[in-house]
Design a protein around this ligand. Structure first.
Ligand code: HEC
Length: 448
């Protein structure tokens, strides 16, 4: 068992990098932080507001020890320092980075995984070198099909390594970068210092952080995060039903999406003019329009798009509206891209909750007499945690990633078994006690 990894997880509360306050903490270690809704009001997302997604603990990389190796199907294997890398032409671009699992927490029925809502997305200015320039220097040999990346991060316990590949065509795309800067400064440790992959238009699973090794391959990589994780059926499947990963493909292109950030769902507003605002983004095809409906989708009007734009960036939008009478409104927003793709009105389900992009509906109660704040919904009954939770589950991470789940007993059993495979010490005679507790305390929420 990864005793060392377990111990390493305890006691070290050291978090590297810039302080990040106001973020929704899904897990403090490994670090998973969600951007608050106000992040959708600026074109460039400041680093301290930018969402963080990490499968392993954040490595403390020292530039003096860092090197990038490029090998595999190349004519000249290379080892580069940051100084070598910076001799190649510098390229800068603004791009959205969105986690494949953004919106997972909004799926019905719920599934295991970090329960992101809207904010595992951000828009930053990235600078670095073209991956194609580095590959050209190494000389890609005939028969190469994909490029593999590994970072300086190491798995927790017996968790699989986070290693990913992108197809050769995407690797050679002039917009695919190895970035050493984010918003004009060296990358923050949480965002991959000193080097990360930038794949504009594609979901974050391809944007490997802390890159140390690149390999050009002539066979398909079989690693967990390619063959099991980050796969989508490419169509709607029966909600709640498992799909064989072999029948799914890796998540690549982002989905066209828009978010209204100025008003929270089910909030109350006073009569009078309102300014609705938010952001919209897409994949390699840019956003061309954002429309708002204030009558639950019966009619749509164009929102005004922000002036700041770039090929892969998000677009801010605003819409002025004076509610005609005091009523309960369903305000909806939808975006369309140049390729004609539009957000759906119903979210199709997929087993891991990827690529959520249903038209968002924000319910607003327009009233001159605001009521007392409505009670927050409480999920599950409070049940005192059994000692086995502490003994088995809190060695590598805190209770945060557990608390946000809403799962059936069967799903919890699978999740506990996954953690056992990664090294969680669960005494066989206590497994049922643990699963019963988790299912009761963090049970499935009723389908709305
Ligand atoms: C050996 C270390 C380790 C132990 C012990 C451990 N976990 Fe985890 N767990 C992890 C890691 C690492 C992640 C983050 C995985 C990721 O982001 O890819 C995680 C993530 C999770 C998540 C988020 C969803 C997911 O699957 O990524 C849940 C829920 C969870 N753990 C539950 C538990 C429960 C319940 C226990 C006790 C049976 C437990 N963990 C014990 C390592 C551990």
């Amino acid at each position: 068992m990864g005793r060392r990894a377990l111990l390493a997880g305890v006691g070290t509360s050291l978090l590297l990098g810039a302080p990040k306050t106001g973020m929704r903490v899904l897990s403090s270690r490994p670090e998973d932080l969600e951007m608050p809704m106000e992040g959708f009001s600026t074109w460039i997302t400041p680093v301290e507001k930018f969402f963080v997604r990490s499968h392993h603990y954040t490595p403390d990389v020292k530039l003096a020890d860092w090197k990038l190796s490029i090998g595999g199907k190349v004519a000249n294997a290379l080892t580069l320092t940051m100084e070598d890398l910076k001799k190649l032409p510098r390229v800068e671009l603004v791009s959205v980075l969105e986690c494949a699992g953004n919106g997972r927490g909004l799926y019905e029925p719920t599934m295991a995984g970090l329960q992101w809502e809207y904010g595992s997305v951000g828009n930053a200015r990235w600078a670095g070198v073209r991956l194609a320039d580095v590959l050209r220097k190494a000389g890609v040999r005939d028969g190469a099909i994909e490029v593999w990346f590994d970072g300086a991060d190491v798995p927790v316990g017996t968790q699989p390594e986070f290693q990913r590949t992108i197809p050769m065509k995407k690797a050679l795309d002039p917009n695919t970068l190895l970035a050493y800067e984010m918003n004009g400064a060296a990358l923050d440790p949480s965002h991959g210092f000193p080097l990360r992959v930038v794949v504009p238009g594609w979901a974050g699973d391809s944007w490997v952080k802390w890159v140390t090794k690149i390999e050009v391959r002539d066979t398909e990589f079989e690693g967990f995060f390619m063959k099991t994780g980050y796969r989508h059926p490419g169509k709607g499947v029966t909600p709640g039903v498992a799909v064989d990963p072999a029948l799914m493909s890796p998540v690549t292109n982002l989905n066209i999406k828009s978010v209204m950030a100025s008003h929270a769902d089910r909030s109350e507003v006073k009569p009078g003019p309102l300014k609705l605002t938010g952001a919209a983004w897409s994949n390699t095809s840019p956003v061309v329009s954002v429309e708002v409906s204030t009558d639950a989708g019966r009619s749509w009007k164009a929102a005004t798009l922000g002036t700041e734009k770039a090929a892969f960036a998000w677009r801010l939008w605003e819409f002025g509206w004076t509610p005609p009478k005091d009523a309960y409104y369903s305000v909806m927003v939808r975006a369309r891209n140049a390729a004609g793709e539009m957000q759906p009105l119903q979210q199709e389900w997929n087993p891991s909750g990827y690529s959520h992009n249903v038209v968002q509906a924000v319910r607003l109660n327009v009233t001159a007499k605001p009521s007392a704040a409505s009670a927050t919904m409480v999920h599950g009954d409070f049940v005192a945690p059994p000692a086995v939770l502490n003994q088995s589950c809190l060695g590598c991470h805190t209770v945060e990633p557990i608390q946000q789940q809403r799962m059936s007993r069967g799903q919890w059993e699978k999740e506990v078994e996954k953690m056992q495979r990664w090294g969680a010490p669960v005494k066989p005679e206590l497994k049922d006690v643990l699963v019963d507790y988790l299912a009761k305390r963090y049970g499935m929420r009723p389908i709305r």
